[in-house]
Design a binder for this molecule. Sequence first.
Ligand code: ADP
Length: 150
Amino acid sequence: MKKVVFPGSFDPITLGHTDIIDRALPLFDQIILAIGTNSDKKYMFSLEQRLHFLEEIYKAEPKVRVMTYTGLTVDFCKEQNAGFILRGLRNAIDLEYEKTIGQTNFKMSGVDTIFFVTSSGKSHISSTVVRDVIRHGGKYEFMVPDVVRK
Ligand code: ADP
């Protein structure tokens, strides 16, 4: 069974994330949406809310599992028997950043990273921008799935 882990904070999940997940689905038997928990980090949405968003969006998709983890992503991949990590690339900054992490992860563990370049029109979307817009009372609805809009 070909498994991939899509790690992230998903604070909140955006249409950028769902674009990457939906396009990776045909390649894998299982996609684990893995919410990394870091006690030093402040989140806008609680872990329960973030779990709920992911579960709700993919409730009809049997290939998707939603989990949380702490520690190294590659250790979590090994525990889950997943040979791949999924990441999205919005721009050259993402590429440079993800390249070093992907290379390190592969050297450490043999777990390789699969990258999807954002679909046209979605590269401006990020959880950080969504949170900033929400904080200032702006229109954020066009950047997130329905369940986050409510
Ligand atoms: P992190 O906390 O690790 O930055 P995020 O939840 O922000 O995690 O993002 C997880 C993954 O989703 C990353 O690979 C990121 O590049 C990707 N991603 C986020 N937004 C987009 C987007 N608009 N298009 C493509 N990939 C995206």
